[in-house]
Write a protein that binds this ligand. Structure first.
Ligand code: SF4
Length: 504
């Protein structure tokens, strides 16, 4: 480990903001837009990322690691103990000063704080807690704070941190326990799920939900971690979801996760009021898309997560357990998973409707909703003047806003194709799946191969990095997805966008 004595705060900031950008569990990661020279703004500057508040505002965050001196050796991570990289650690005071100074200069509105594991999970979590407590109580910082919970840390320290943070996250890292064992040998699924369950229950308890049978607080023990769930709450947390490879998530030791809430006297905010999120690395291990979205679904349903983030794996370390990635980072796959995630959260789909054990992966040539519709042509065409809201949401080319507008607008008049266009329906996609007043837009065959070939001709708007690689556009329907030609383009893009090593 390369540790330089007497490092300046500026140098630490360079190292620890650079290391933090490998964590994508904030919505803006992946942006690599340089200043144009004529306009204002530069998203490349180290250490600033963006997230979105509940009311839709974009918030700039100082995004840093407390430390990249890590005793763990996750095989995919740049900060792993066995790598020869320059190490640095901020003191809590340094983080507070940076946050306040950046805030005063109007650079940021909040802090995103993650960490490698310095000395031990408890010690690292204590440093995080100390930082947050100092920021809130001594510097009276009232801005947004997103803080990682370190797997394996004492639940009491995690709990106390939760009173000072707005959002917390624990990275699931890999979709299955076996993969975790192979690539992150110092972490266990239980150590990751326990704080996640703890945060979920803490939030429920803070809202006054009847989750616990409370056991009286014991002065001797300090914070009592021995509280337990009622039978009803246990039933709720362990109810069956019959899907593969997620039993460890669904049955995540609820009794071991219960802790009760002890509120610091000075705190007048809620417990993790902005909820929790997590992140999975995609493509480092052999799990299918079906396994991944099933895990995400279980996390939303059983842990009440706000977001699951997907991070396309990119090879930065040599290890026989890691894939060679000759075809570049699986960015298009990552994009399809985000689209599917959207369908789970906002469109009423279930993972088992989108994929199955027999059809375990998305067709990367097509968005998951089109993919689903083509497999369920018996449900189309849908009459837009009559279908209920949730049926409308299943039509390719109809989004949440346009479905809402359709439901509102048709109260006053029967809608035409022209009306649908004005409402925002993407008719190039929808026309194969809808009727207006009993008529299709054009006489088309409702036949899978025909509609597939027509849909593939509709240019899809893909995120910048993927479009630059041209991987999508040049594929033909009958090719296997082959990104060889795109590989060079992927690599020429800034690796910083796609690295999958994570803090904490
Ligand atoms: S992922 Fe986190 S815990 Fe694992 S090596 Fe990297 S910094 Fe350490």
């Amino acid at each position: 480990m390369v540790i330089q004595e007497n490092m300046t705060v500026q140098k630490k900031l360079e190292i620890l903001s650079d290391a933090a950008k490998y964590d994508v569990a904030c919505t803006s990661s992946g942006v690599d837009r340089k200043g144009s020279g004529s306009g204002i703004g530069n998203s490349v500057a180290c250490g600033i990322c963006h997230t979105f508040s509940a009311d839709g505002r974009c918030i700039s965050l100082l995004k840093i690691l407390l430390t990249n001196e890590c005793i763990f050796d996750c095989k995919y991570c740049m900060n792993r103990a066995s790598n020869d990289v320059l190490r640095a650690t901020f003191s809590p005071e340094e983080i507070c000063n940076l946050t306040i100074e950046f805030y005063r200069r109007n650079y940021i509105e909040g802090l995103f704080l993650s960490a490698g594991v310095l000395k031990s999970p408890d010690y690292t979590m204590e440093q995080m807690l100390k930082t947050l407590r100092m920021l809130r109580e001594e510097y009276h910082f009232n801005g947004y704070i997103h803080c990682k919970a370190v797997p394996g840390a004492d639940p009491v320290i995690v709990e106390m941190t939760g009173w000072y943070a707005d959002r917390m996250s624990v990275n699931l890292e890999l979709p299955t326990a076996d993969s975790l064992k192979m690539l992150a040998p110092n972490k266990t699924r239980k150590n990751i799920l326990k704080p996640m369950k703890q945060i979920q229950i803490g939030r429920l308890e803070n809202k006054g939900m009847p989750v616990f049978n409370r056991i009286p607080f014991s002065e001797e023990d300090g914070y009592d971690t021995g509280r337990y769930l009622t039978t009803a709450a246990k039933a709720q947390t362990t109810s069956d979801i019959v899907l593969p490879d997620i039993s460890d998530i669904v049955t995540a030791d609820p009794s071991g996760s219960s802790f009760g809430l002890i509120k610091p006297p000075s705190v007048n905010r809620g417990f993790v009021p902005a909820g929790q999120s997590t992140q999975m690395i995609i493509g480092a291990t052999p799990e299918s898309d079906y396994q991944i979205i099933s895990v995400a679904e279980a996390l939303y349903q059983k842990f009440d997560l706000k977001r699951v983030f997907y991070s396309a794996y990119i090879s930065i370390n040599d290890d026989s357990n890691l894939p060679a990635l000759t075809q570049g980072p699986p960015l298009l796959r990552e994009h399809r998973l985000y689209q599917a995630d959207w369908l789970l959260r906002f469109y009423g789909f279930q993972a088992s409707e989108l994929l199955s054990e027999n059809r375990p992966n998305f067709n990367t040539l097509m968005d998951p909703k089109c993919n689903w519709a083509l497999g369920h042509l018996e449900q189309f065409p849908v009459e837009v003047n009559k279908a209920d809201y949730y049926t409308l949401l299943r039509i390719p080319g109809v989004g949440v806003k346009s479905a809402q507008r359709i439901v509102r607008a048709r109260k006053s008049a029967n809608l035409t194709f022209e009306d649908l266009k004005k409402i925002g329906v993407v008719l190039k996609r929808a026309l194969y799946f809808i009727t207006c007043n009993g008529r299709m837009m054009y006489p088309v065959k409702i036949e899978e191969n025909y509609i597939t070939s027509m849909l593939l001709q509709v240019k899809e708007k893909l995120p910048l990095g993927i479009e630059a690689a041209s991987a999508y556009k040049q594929l033909s329907l009958f090719d296997n997805a082959d990104f060889t030609s795109a590989n060079a383009d992927f690599r020429s893009l800034s690796q910083d966008n796609f690295l999958s090593g994570l803090g904490g």
